[in-house]
Write a protein that binds this ligand. Structure first.
Ligand code: SF4
Ligand code: SF4
Length: 397
């Protein structure tokens, strides 16, 4: 018999991050952090993608800010220019910029963009005159021999752009230091995630999001004491037999397109999973755990090439073939032991939509787990239909 006491997720426990933004959407804490940097005259670089090498930004003493938006509110405005049948993430991001209503874009001194999916790269053309922008040409056949050379060159070009833009330079030693700091942060983040991997877990997705979204912008030095405190609280929960969700709640791995923060349109899927009795133990997306899944090789003597190597391994559906998505899925399944996998695909995201077939085959045939693809946008119109499908999935666990 288990020693764990079943405690519902509504049982009050001390918040993991306890500050004036506790209980607020993560975006508020994020913006406050950026504003405090700005007051210290630190320059801010907006980024749209998991392929943007944050370590170059950090090595130059700059601070990164994620610019992807996840709200339905700006989509109508965006559709005055963009086609309606485009990914909601692109429309939402563009709509806020068009209406001068994106505080993260407004606070950015420059923007890094990449040639990932067609929608994003064409949207970048429409906003290129609003901020100094550098577009990185991302190789999309990551296993070809030239890919590494080309991506190394693209990172060097980004470095040059930022150096010119902000009138400063970064030595290879400074980039190496930024790599070591990034690895420290990833190790700490993975230790936090290990409390979601526990059976039963002691942390749920809203708290994971609090940590994940702050980590988007805070440096390793800023995050280390916060994460130490978070882990102390998680360890205490574990020792006290706290359980997040029901003790026998089906464990769900969520994979796919970026979902965005609490309050964002696609986060409805996460809420529905919990309301249906499931507990989310792994969030495999760019707005989730994915940025911390791998480490950058240290001490190679060529830190930019080491960065290129790591970022080329990033398993996004814009890569072909994206075999690392499947090996990463296996790693997550073996570590987090889900009872089911849900693939969240944003409407009109063809690459994740098509890749979902392979992911589903892999999950069901190689791991024997139930799998559900949910194609959605940022509206609330499909909540009932998603709920029915999620409930049916969890009943089969
Ligand atoms: S899903 Fe792919 S294109 Fe989108 S942010 Fe992540 S890495 Fe970039
Ligand atoms: S979700 Fe898909 S279509 Fe949308 S920006 Fe990301 S890769 Fe592009």
């Amino acid at each position: 018999m288990s020693n764990f006491t079943q405690v519902t997720m509504n049982t009050p426990v001390e918040p993991l991050i306890n500050d004036e933004y506790t209980g607020e959407p993560p975006s508020k804490r994020l913006l406050a952090h950026l504003q405090s940097q700005r007051e210290r005259e630190v320059k801010i670089v907006g980024m749209y993608c998991g392929y943007a090498p944050e370590e170059i930004v950090r090595a130059l003493g700059l601070v990164p800010a994620s610019l992807c938006a996840f709200s339905e509110a700006s989509i109508e405005a965006a559709e005055e220019v963009l086609p309606a049948n485009l990914c909601p993430l692109i429309k939402s991001s563009y709509g806020f910029i068009m209406r001068d209503a994106c505080p993260f874009f407004a606070i950015s001194d420059a923007v890094i963009a990449e040639t990932t999916c067609d929608g994003k790269k064409k949207m970048f053309e429409l906003i290129a005159d609003r901020k100094p922008m550098h577009v990185m040409d991302l190789p999309q056949l990551p296993d070809e021999p030239e890919a590494l050379d080309n991506w190394t060159l693209m990172i060097r070009k980004l470095q040059k752009f930022l150096e010119t833009q902000f009138n400063r330079t970064a030595t290879d030693d400074e980039i190496e230091q930024a790599i070591r700091a990034a690895n420290v942060k990833s190790r700490l983040m993975n230790r936090v995630f290990s409390y979601a991997a526990l059976t039963p877990p002691v942390i749920g997705w809203p708290e994971l999001y609090d940590v994940l979204f702050l980590a988007q912008t805070a440096s390793a030095i800023e995050m280390a004491p916060i994460l130490d405190d978070v882990m102390m609280k998680l360890e205490a929960r574990k020792q006290n037999g706290y359980v997040y969700g029901g003790k026998r709640a089906p464990r769900v791995m969520v994979t796919g397109c970026p979902i965005g923060p609490i309050g964002g349109g696609a986060a409805k899927v996460l809420t529905i999973i919990e309301e249906a009795g499931g507990v989310i133990i792994a969030l495999d997306s760019c707005s989730g755990m994915k940025p911390y899944a791998d480490y950058i090789e240290e001490g190679t003597g060529d830190p930019v090439r080491a960065l290129a190597e790591r970022y080329l391994k990033y398993p996004c559906a814009c890569m072909s073939p994206n075999t690392r998505r499947l090996t990463e899925t296996t790693r997550i399944i073996e570590t987090f032991k889900p009872d089911a996998v849900i693939d969240v695909v944003l409407q009109a995201c063809h690459s994740f939509n098509i890749e979902s077939y392979k992911v589903g085959e892999h999950v069901t045939k190689n791991h024997g787990l139930p799998f559900l693809k949910i194609l959605t946008d940022f509206s609330q119109s499909d909540v009932g239909q998603i709920r029915t499908r999620v409930e049916a999935l969890l009943e089969s666990c």
